[in-house]
Write a protein that binds this ligand. Structure first.
Ligand code: WTA
Length: 663
């Protein structure tokens, strides 16, 4: 960082404020400033506004049933189908409009456009195929696929027949796939032969097969042929219980599958995410509440209109892609883009080339990507006409004011509002962010909570802290998009999210407070700055990883006695994985062990969890009661001043570790 940059960051941190441009405000979806007050006064009925964006087969009786907290139910006894809402209802007026604009890796010119009519057709055919393979309502179907159109097709086909999907990010390892399939007793998998990364083919089926070997029950697998009949297809032969996607769809050509009637509270999907313990959590989302929530936020925050070409650069394997590539945009009948590749291939202007070529109207991406764009320089966006953009968004991690300003200036030309959206896998959709046509923006602060969302920043006793002071983020009222439970584990659901600040013996919904495990502060205007996780979850490039999961992978490596993993600051990634490792007697902390540790982490989780540094140490800093001082290890990783170490059992170790990290 240069001195000039440092000054800019400091000035922005002091609270520079940006007004949305007139050009944006004049056409914005939400412009009535009374919306905040109206929602507050009319809570929970205010959420009918979200439900009204959907087509219901049967009207709901009650907006919110809060008789059994924290098992809140929304739009009770209402009936609908998510696939019908995302497809069928658009056919009459918008059947020929583009639903999905898929941009493949440039390598084989494989771009594809699906109109609503075409997407509807293929979803019906694949839904028929899944049924023919024995998939019944409420069977969990796992998808282990990269960014190819068959992924949303498969998701919507499942939604059509009432089979919840569980999408596993393609970058996760074989082990991670097996763990998730076993946890959900999932007997069906949809995957693909491979895909391209920076022009090179990657073998995906090999990894899927390895994962399947670790799945307990019998399984049926459908394999999409992404690579085609060329030299790059790795010569896979499908096994007995493996079927070719194209063949299946052809066999069911012209099939019509009536969307099954789902109760509002029926599960739409499961998504496994990292938590405090080593075992991923199966977050359960439902049909009515979730779909209402993502539709409403897509409209109010992303300002999506049917005629837009909306571009979210996330991966569908994470919640952002579920909510804001697939369900929200398609429910609103817009054109949603999908990009298979990376932003730096073939050149570092790839995203801008796509925005230019397709006249994208919104771009929703992660701070980590923006920091990389900044580093690459303005010459790349400057090559292209980005004037089609109307709104910019970020998600996944805190955005530093300097990156915010760069995005606002060089991508948005100071005309596009930037929405910094705070939310989680568990919240289903956005919770804290500015409404772009109504609110000023403060770089570094996500903004006020959305209307109808009751967020408070509290101390450890649950008392609200003063503006400017750091505290814990809590949500005091339920919302339609919230997770309903952790799959088959109500007890863990209560312990993880509610126990901290709720009176768990109470039947009074007001005694129940949701704790997302984030630290935050609030300013005098009610703008919230999210400071990051306060549990053992770290955020690497906007990807959520559990330190315990990484630690358990490392201690599984032969020669490792003990390990502690923390997140250290990283210029581009936000956080990076630092692993501190004690070797077993007789093992040397050398390059060989380091490589085996890295391989162990990649095998257990995937390359995204790869440690930035593996530091061998004879001991870990521990309190007298034997607890590892993670905070101190974080300070070391960040090259920060180490405070008082006198409470440590082994203060002498700190110096030693510091020297090795070399910060
Ligand atoms: C972090 C991603 C600051 C936060 C949608 C949260 C953010 C975790 C922001 C959830 C933001 C997400 N500012 N931090 N705008 N958005 N986070 O489940 O720590 O993958 O708890 O959901 O990301 O990550 P998840």
């Amino acid at each position: 960082m240069t001195a000039e940059d440092g000054q800019l960051e400091a000035r922005l941190a002091e609270g520079e404020v940006f007004e949305p441009s007139d050009s944006f405000v004049s056409g914005a979806n939400v412009t009535d400033p009374d919306v905040y007050e109206e929602f507050e006064e009319n809570w929970p009925e205010c959420w009918e506004a979200a439900a009204e964006l959907l087509d219901w087969e049967t009207d709901y009786d009650q907006v919110l049933d809060d008789s059994n907290p924290p098992f809140f139910e929304w739009f009770t006894d209402g009936e609908l189908n998510a696939s019908a809402n995302c497809l069928d209802r658009h056919l009459e007026d918008r059947g020929d409009e583009v639903a999905i604009e898929w941009v493949g890796e440039p390598v084989d010119e494989a771009n594809r456009t699906y109109t609503y009519e075409q997407l509807h057709r293929e979803v019906n055919e694949f839904a028929a195929a899944l049924r023919a393979q024995g998939v019944e309502e409420d069977d969990v179907v796992t998808m282990y696929m990269p960014m190819i159109p068959e992924l949303p097709v498969a998701m919507l086909a499942c939604a059509r027949i009432g089979a919840p999907h569980s999408v596993v990010f393609a970058g996760f390892s074989a082990d991670a796939l097996a763990t998730r399939m076993n946890a959900a007793d999932s007997e069906y998998l949809v995957t693909c032969d491979g895909y391209y990364r920076r022009g090179d083919p990657l073998d995906h089926l090999d990894k899927a097969n390895e994962g399947l070997a670790g799945v307990e029950g019998e399984t049926t697998t459908v394999v999409v042929d992404r690579l085609g009949p060329n030299d790059d297809d790795f010569g896979h032969d499908l096994g007995d219980d493996q079927l070719d996607y194209d063949t299946l769809v052809e066999e069911h050509a012209g099939a019509d599958v009536d969307p099954v009637t789902r109760d509002a509270e029926d599960m739409l999907f499961l998504m496994y995410t990292s938590g405090t313990t080593g075992k991923p959590k199966g977050v359960k989302h439902t049909t009515g509440g979730y779909l209402s929530w993502v539709s409403w936020t897509s409209q109010a925050v992303l300002d999506i209109k049917p005629e837009d070409t909306y571009f979210c650069s996330a991966d569908i394997g994470w919640i952002t892609g579920h909510s804001y590539i697939v369900y929200g945009p398609l429910a609103l009948g817009t054109t949603t883009m999908m990009y298979e590749g990376t932003p730096d291939h073939p050149e570092q202007d790839r995203l801008w080339e796509i925005v230019d070529e397709y006249d994208a109207t919104q771009l929703y991406t992660a701070p980590t990507a923006i920091r990389a764009f900044m580093k690459w320089g303005t010459e790349f966006p400057d090559r292209h006409d980005l004037s089609s953009l109307r709104l910019l968004g970020t998600v996944g991690e805190p955005i530093n004011p300097r990156a915010w300003k760069w995005y606002y200036t060089h991508i948005g030309d100071e005309e596009c509002p930037v929405v910094d959206t705070w939310w989680q896998t568990e919240t289903g959709g956005m919770m804290i962010t500015t409404l772009p046509g109504l609110k000023d923006m403060k770089p570094g602060a996500a903004g006020p909570p959305l209307p109808g969302v009751d967020v408070r920043i509290v101390d450890t006793m649950g008392e609200e802290v003063e503006p400017g002071q750091a505290g814990y983020l809590t949500v005091n009222k339920p919302w339609p998009g919230m997770l309903r439970t952790l799959y088959r584990n109500d007890e863990r659901f209560i312990n993880e999210y509610w126990a901290e600040y709720s009176d768990t013996d109470s039947d009074d919904p007001d005694d129940w407070v949701y704790f997302p495990e984030d630290g935050a502060k609030i300013d005098e205007d009610g703008y919230i700055t999210v400071l990051g996780r306060v549990d053992d979850v770290i955020n690497v490039s906007g990807h959520r990883l559990g330190t315990m999961e990484i630690e358990s992978a490392i201690v599984g490596v032969e020669g490792v006695a003990e390990a502690a993993v923390v997140g250290g600051n990283h210029d581009i990634k936000g956080e990076a994985v630092y692993a501190y490792v004690i070797t077993e007697d007789g093992y040397e902390g050398d390059d060989d062990l380091r490589e085996r540790i890295i391989a162990g982490v990649e095998d257990a989780i995937g390359p995204i969890a790869r440690p930035e540094q593996v530091v061998f140490t004879p001991d870990l800093p521990k309190t007298r009661s034997g607890k590892i001082m993670r905070r101190l290890l974080e300070n070391i990783a960040d090259g920060e001043e180490i405070g008082n170490t006198s409470t440590l059992r082994n203060p002498e170790i700190v110096d030693d570790i510091q020297k090795q990290v070399g910060n």
